[in-house]
Design a protein around this ligand. Structure first.
Ligand code: ADP
Ligand code: TRP
Length: 329
């Protein structure tokens, strides 16, 4: 049985891009798979490279956990845990660090993008970020990795590591993972037309109050066409978000209104806002109720960590054996 695994960093509340790109497709796989063959975790160790005030990471982990649960993740079937609770992964990352070529990692786009900005602010953690990500995946021999488009290169690095390590040891210790992408949702655009992202203030957060959500939607950038003018549904960002969540008939109606003219961007934004409120009303309620019960979230994550640890422990000892290290209790 092929294993599925994915993670979201605890850098803020999951936005519509995370939800459509990863949370919904992962849950539909995880809930159908055989018991304990899906791994979903909160990448709190990874979030340390971005969040300077590490004290807020813990609260962020609750927000990520509440979002997964609000969307109906079946925690009896899937292993749901915090990355930092299963610290075997950092040992595996060290082994990978020791033989993966520096120069190859220096070519990774996340590092190159940041290097252009401020090299003095780049931590070693940011540099080796893809190595820890490879360890997250390869520790459990996961094959199916649901992610957004921006993570493709990281999955490629994990594949290379698996391939080279297997070759070095002379045994198939690691399965080569594959990114699982949904074409339609792999690159959800934010309010400014760039990739929706927690670190850019261009996100739509369905878990914010009605008022804040409305403000975010009203801030979607448009051209300056008047109400009367005909509009292009193919290039407009409101339409692009509406098309990802609304049913076909509703999308067609909105497209016709754009093409006909006499329909303003304000009305389109109100329609998007109302549809989001309608579509996600149950998830929003559940999210707020989970956020009020942090002991329950701690309990759920601790149960997941216990199960994940036992699998990771066995796997790590197997890897240690091939490196001629003693096994650990
Ligand atoms: P962010 O980039 O907002 O900080 P993360 O890095 O934690 O979010 O991403 C978690 C997962 O969500 C990753 O698999 C990532 O590819 C996916 N993702 C992030 N933003 C988007 C987006 N705009 N559209 C589709 N998927 C996304
Ligand atoms: N790097 C991913 C992101 O920024 C999060 C992540 C960490 C991840 N480890 C992973 C995703 C393993 C998939 C598999 O979104």
């Amino acid at each position: 049985m092929e294993k599925m695994l994915t993670g979201i960093r605890s850098t803020g509340i999951p936005h519509l891009g995370n939800i459509l790109g990863v949370i919904i497709p992962s849950i539909s796989i995880a809930n159908k798979k055989a018991k304990h063959s899906s791994f979903i975790f909160i990448a709190d160790l990874h979030s340390m490279v971005q969040i300077e005030n590490i004290k807020i990471i813990k609260n962020n982990t609750y927000q990520i956990a509440a979002a997964w649960l609000a969307f109906g993740l079946d925690i009896d079937n899937c292993l749901f845990y915090r990355q930092s609770d299963v610290s075997y992964v950092t040992e595996l990352a060290w082994y990978f660090n020791c033989f993966y070529p520096y120069q190859r990692l220096a070519l990774s786009h996340a590092f190159k993008k940041n290097k252009m900005k401020e090299i003095e602010k780049i931590s070693v953690g940011l540099f080796t970020y893809p190595i820890l990500m490879a360890a997250d995946i390869l520790l459990y021999n996961a094959k199916i990795i649901p992610v957004g488009k921006d993570q493709l290169q990281h999955i490629e690095i994990a594949r290379r590591i698996a391939y080279f390590f297997n070759k070095k040891i002379g045994k198939k210790l690691f399965v080569l993972p594959n990114a699982f992408l949904q074409k339609k949702n792999m690159f959800v655009l934010g309010t400014d037309g760039k990739k929706m992202s927690k670190s850019q203030k261009n996100y739509i957060n369905i878990f914010s109050s009605d008022e804040v959500l409305k403000k975010q939607i009203m801030s979607i950038r448009t051209d300056s066409k008047s109400v009367e003018e005909k509009k292009d549904p193919e290039t407009d960002y409101i339409m692009s978000l509406y098309s990802l969540i609304a049913p076909l008939e509703k999308i067609e109606i909105m497209k016709k209104r754009y093409l006909k003219g006499g329909y303003g961007y304000f009305e389109a934004k109100v329609a998007l806002y109302e549809y989001i409120i309608h579509k996600f009303s149950s998830e929003r309620k559940k999210f707020f109720s989970f956020m009020k019960n942090k002991p329950l979230l701690d309990h759920i994550l601790a149960l997941g960590a216990k199960k994940a640890k036992s699998i990771a422990h066995e796997r790590l000892n197997w890897i240690r054996k091939h490196l001629k290290f003693n096994s650990i209790d």
